[in-house]
Design a protein around this ligand. Structure first.
Ligand code: MSP
Length: 654
């Protein structure tokens, strides 16, 4: 990332909707990008807001005996409160009912009308009230259903105003073709080009007041209001001063990145660019369409009752853990599955086990042996240097993945360093160094581990600002240093300050345990109980003995993995210590009982199958995060490998 301008937007959400995980995802993603860009020294503007006109609001207002604006005022707070709760740092919040927006919409309409880019004609079409969109006959499913939400559409014949969108078809095709970064991911650009293979029609941009009065009145015909999408898209420019504050508008506009969901691709990649071109404005830099959150493998919908409420998640598990999950579990662009089980699994593995434990080990050992104040940088040995340089490498990896909008991979690279640091502690065993009185080496080991934590916490700061503040406070950083997380200084990271004193704080991410029925649960020591948080009770399923349900089977995540390194373990004839790549930057340490059948060089390069969600364990002094599959009898053992071996790591097996 270079020092430049970065303007990021979310869709403006329908004010009547209840915020769900999809809204939360886009807004958290925008927030995290904004925070990273601010950390990189960029001039950032982050906009979100609400889409307040249209039939749904009008109907809800009628039902509730309010004016439409009162209806909007009563529901907009749901979004504003959620963004506050989720730590969203938007610079502006635009409501399309604000005068600053309406006035620009009117000016644009008048200008296009004056230039004959808007004209009146008879319209016949099909309208979906839920999606607030018109469709042609060929778009409909079974001749009567909305292609997006499958609800029955209304047939409409009336006079309306049209924007000459068809005029820009060739220009748009050429623009998209020549600007490969404009619509991302690339397959969404192809999807748009596919859409543009059919003749582009003019866009109906008005609604007669007799049918819908809640909208911005057309400046050239008081019997009509503006179509809600035409009005809504203009928010992206009205909010930054288009037509009012030229300097501010020009400062931000061309750096703009629109974050949207895949279902509103056409409105953003066809309607919006043609509108902008007609107005005479340059294009935004990027339109990035992310995928959908599914519940398990099903679409989230009110009727299925499986919509995830972000406020509930934040209340139950904490804001930062929720933010982390959203970003770590979705590859931007693709769909992702949300289940509470996956959430708990990732929480316990990444946050409680890996990151939480690393911090607690480093801080406790430093306090016990040095009163929390590590001596000025002691001579580092190759292992320590290797760890610190791996942390430095993660800075570059994260930057690179961020630029490519692969935030999940960037997080994966950072969490790998956390795992490396835990492994480093296993290898160097500072607790033994302490017992043996090897103070200088002990200081060097703790120094390297705390440096790593400092870098990692800076890198994760935009994602988990509250928890990383605590972590950095625990490392002894001053309040000023805690929030200073600029990439430039991290890239040239040099030793920290010996004036710091570490402090032990309550666990950052106490493990969450799913409560078992009383009789199954062994009594736990009081101390452990205090550090755990209870999750909702797991429902018991009655299945015949020896059988598993499909849900139980799929709890086991089987993934392809490539063996990167293998070594024998001293004194353990059966065991090999492996380093395996599970794709997406997830490189793990794994201990396997295959040393009598396979030499290390026989397994390196093989693509094997690993149980990816097995609780990590320590075997023969090494972390073992997963289990490989092998077919065995009393006399033989054969690794389960993937046919041909050439497939990529991280694929789901099942
Ligand atoms: N008001 C329009 C946007 C106008 S922008 C000029 C709108 N609003 S919305 O509230 O219905 O949707 C907002 C966003 O939520 C869309 O980007 C949509 O893709 C996203 N999502 C809705 N359900 C979703 C999931 N289940 N998962 C991820 N995002 C999803 O459309």
């Amino acid at each position: 990332m270079s020092n430049s301008t970065f303007y990021v937007t979310t869709p403006i959400y329908y004010v009547n909707d209840k915020p769900h995980i999809g809204h939360a995802y886009t807004t958290v993603l925008a927030d995290v990008l904004a925070r990273y860009h601010r950390a990189a020294g960029d001039d950032v503007w982050f906009l979100t807001g609400t889409d307040e006109h249209g039939q749904k609001v009008q109907k809800a207002a009628e039902k509730n005996g309010m004016t439409p604006l009162e209806q909007c005022d009563s529901t907009v707070v749901r979004f504003q409160e959620l963004w506050k709760r989720l730590g969203i740092t938007n610079d502006d919040f635009i409501r399309t009912t604000e005068e600053r927006h309406k006035k620009i919409v009117r000016a644009i309409l008048q200008d296009l009308y004056d230039r004959d880019l808007i004209y009146k004609a008879e319209y016949k079409g099909y309208y979906c009230v839920a999606c607030e969109r018109f469709f042609t006959e060929k778009d409909l499913v079974d001749g009567k259903l909305c292609p997006d939400c499958q609800r029955e559409v209304d047939t409409i014949v009336e006079s309306n105003y049209f924007f000459r969108m068809s005029k820009y078809q060739d220009w748009l095709i050429q623009y998209i073709t020549e600007h490969s970064d404009f619509i991302q991911p690339a397959f969404r650009a192809n999807e748009t080009l596919g859409f543009l293979r059919k003749p582009l029609e003019d866009l109906c941009i008005s609604r007669p007041k007799s049918r819908l009065s809640w909208g911005i009145e057309l400046p050239f015909d008081a019997d009509y209001v503006c179509y809600v999408w035409f009005d809504a898209l203009i928010n992206y420019i009205s909010a930054i001063g288009y037509g009012v504050d030229r300097a501010r508008f020009e400062r931000y506009w061309t750096s703009c990145m629109h974050l949207i969901g895949k279902d509103i691709l056409t409105t953003h990649s066809v309607y919006w660019p043609t509108m902008l071109h007609a107005i005479g404005l340059p294009m935004p830099k990027t339109i990035f369409a992310h995928g959908w959150w599914l519940t398990g493998s099903r679409k989230m919908s009110k009727s299925l009752g499986n919509v995830v409420n972000p406020m509930d998640m934040a209340d139950k598990y904490g804001v930062d853990a929720f933010r982390y999950f959203l970003l770590a579990a979705m590859t931007p662009g693709n769909d992702a599955s949300f289940t509470e089980e996956d959430f708990l699994q990732r929480f316990n593995t990444d946050l409680a086990n890996d990151l939480g434990n690393l911090l607690s080990r480093v801080v406790k050992l430093s306090i016990k042996n040095f009163g929390g104040k590590l001596p000025a940088p002691p001579p580092l040995q190759p292992l320590e240097m290797e760890l610190v340089s791996k942390a430095g490498l993660a800075v570059k990896q994260l930057e690179c993945e961020l630029n490519a909008m692969r935030l999940d991979r960037g997080i994966g690279a950072v969490m790998n360093v956390v795992r490396e640091a835990n492994k480093f502690l296993e290898r160097t065993a500072p607790w033994t160094l302490a017992k043996e009185g090897k103070t200088e080496r002990l200081a060097a080991v703790l120094f390297a581990a705390s440096q790593t934590l400092e870098i990692v916490s800076a890198l994760l700061f935009p994602i988990m600002p509250e928890k990383m503040t605590l972590l950095r406070r625990s490392l002894g950083l001053s309040e000023e240093e805690i929030t200073k997380v600029d990439f430039a200084s991290l890239r040239e990271y040099a030793a920290g300050s010996p004036t710091r004193t570490m402090v032990d704080l309550p666990p950052l991410f106490p493990r969450i345990v799913v409560e078992k029925p009383e009789e199954d649960a062994p009594a736990k020591p009081e101390k452990q109980k205090k550090q755990e948080v209870k999750a909702p009770k797991a429902r018991d399923t009655v299945v015949p003995e020896g059988m598993v349900t499909i849900e139980q089977f799929f709890k086991t995540q089987l993934r392809t993995a490539k063996v990167l390194e293998a070594e024998r373990i001293e004194g353990k004839t059966r065991l090999l210590h492996l380093k395996v790549d599970l794709g997406n930057g997830d490189v793990r340490s794994l201990v396997a009982g295959i040393a009598q059948q396979y030499a290390p060089e026989d397994v390196v390069g093989k693509t094997i199958i690993v149980v990816a969600n097995l609780m990590p364990a320590k075997i023969a002094g090494f972390e073992s995060c997963g289990m490989l599959l092998a077919a065995k009898s009393e006399t033989s053992l054969k690794l389960v490998t993937v046919d041909g071996g050439g497939c990529e790591p991280g694929l789901t097996v099942g």
